[in-house]
Ligand binder design. Structure first.
Ligand code: HEC
Length: 126
């Protein structure tokens, strides 16, 4: 009997974590990593949030990034490089949609492994 109760609790726990993962936006571990790495100064997770002083956001909302790159082969690798090395202002991918001209390199603020983790998470947003 007690064994069944324990089993039920374990199963409930597993289901709970499944639900938590189903909404990637609320992944507190990833949010913390993004915040401590400085990303949230320029990015929001959700589409449609204004930037400072009501301007366009400085960088694209990560839901928009996900929409743009989801399912494209090599997107993880490409975006990890952009996060680490910065984007090229002469071939900006978000020109006119954001107020920032380019993303500065973040390699001083974040390790390659963590950049890859964040990019995988961003690409899983919906
Ligand atoms: C100083 C502001 C700033 C910071 C800090 C910043 N970004 Fe960006 N980010 C931008 C801008 C501006 C763009 C748009 C670049 C473009 O138009 O190509 C961008 C674009 C991106 C893109 C899409 C790149 C593409 O080529 O489409 C990703 C992914 C991204 N940022 C992730 C991150 C992550 C992860 C961090 C934290 C480690 C971060 N950014 C920190 C300003 C910033």
């Amino acid at each position: 009997m007690t064994r069944n109760i324990k089993l039920a609790l374990v199963l409930a726990g597993l289901l709970g974590s499944q639900f938590a993962l189903a909404d990637a936006k609320k992944d507190t571990e990833m949010l913390k990593l993004a915040t401590t790495s400085g990303c949230m100064t320029c990015h929001s997770i959700e589409t449609g949030k204004p930037g400072p002083d009501g301007m366009k956001p400085i960088g694209p909302a990560w839901q928009d990034v996900a929409k743009q790159y989801q399912g494209k082969p090599g997107a993880n690798e490409f975006l990890t490089r952009v996060v680490l090395e910065g984007s090229n202002p002469y071939s900006s991918h978000w020109k006119g949609k954001v107020s920032g001209l380019s993303m500065p390199p973040n390699a001083v603020a974040i390790t390659e492994g963590n950049a890859r983790k964040l990019v995988n998470w961003i690409l899983a947003l919906n």
